[in-house]
Each structure stands twice: as structure tokens, then as C-alpha cells.
Design a protein around this ligand. Structure first.
Ligand code: SF4
Length: 106
């Protein structure tokens, strides 16, 4: 069974339960000092990404991956999309990688 099958199986199991478990988010008031400093830096240099970083620090895994990739390439979304560092553990999960596939052909 491959990864896609496993994801489909997990999704089906969640759906069959009828409800999804509510996501328990950490309150932003409980952030660590380093996390607060990161949010200050993001609000200064990439304010449009602030919500992503806040969600990451609240425990949302997908947002954490997105935030790490954006931080890695100095908040250049296009560079995340075209990242060629396949040796990075996050490479398979990086955001925006399917943007080209969704874009209409010119
Ligand atoms: S996948 Fe690419 S952009 Fe994301 S953290 Fe790794 S090297 Fe950086």
C-alpha cells in the first residue's frame, strides 16, 4: 500500500466517524520568547505571512512546514515552488509545489 492509499484510508476513516476531532490550538499568549521574536520579524518583513506563522506556533503542522519553507527562502514564495533541494526532509511536503500544474497552459 502506498502513501496515497494510506492517506485515502485515513480520510475515509475520519469521514466514517461522522465528525472530525476539533483541532486544539495553543493560545498565542503561551508563546515562547523565540517564537514571539520570530513573529515580530515576520510582521516586519513579511506581514502577509504572519497568520501562517501564528498558526504554526499554535500547532498546525501544515502551516509549520509552510512557515519553515518560507523562512528558508527569505519569504520568496516562488523560490519555495521551485526549490531544488531534494535532500531537504521537507522537500516532498513543501507548499506551492503544484502551482505550475494548476496554472492554465499558455
Ligand atoms: S523544501 Fe526547500 S524551501 Fe523548504 S525548507 Fe527545504 S530547502 Fe527550504
Amino acid at each position: 500500500m502506498n502513501r496515497i492509499d494510506n492517506l485515502a484510508k485515513a480520510r475515509a476513516a475520519r469521514t466514517s466517524r461522522g465528525t472530525r476531532m476539533p483541532r486544539l490550538l495553543k493560545p498565542l499568549t503561551s508563546l515562547l520568547t523565540d517564537q514571539k521574536e520570530t513573529l515580530q520579524r515576520v510582521s516586519k518583513y513579511a506581514p502577509s505571512q504572519l497568520a501562517t506563522f501564528q498558526s504554526a506556533f499554535q500547532g498546525v503542522r501544515g502551516k509549520a512546514i509552510k512557515a519553515k519553507c518560507l523562512e528558508c527562502v527569505n519569504f520568496e514564495r516562488k523560490m519555495v515552488e521551485t526549490c531544488e533541494i531534494s535532500g531537504c526532509p521537507l522537500w516532498l511536503y513543501r507548499p506551492y509545489q503544484h502551482q505550475k500544474a494548476k496554472a492554465p497552459a499558455e
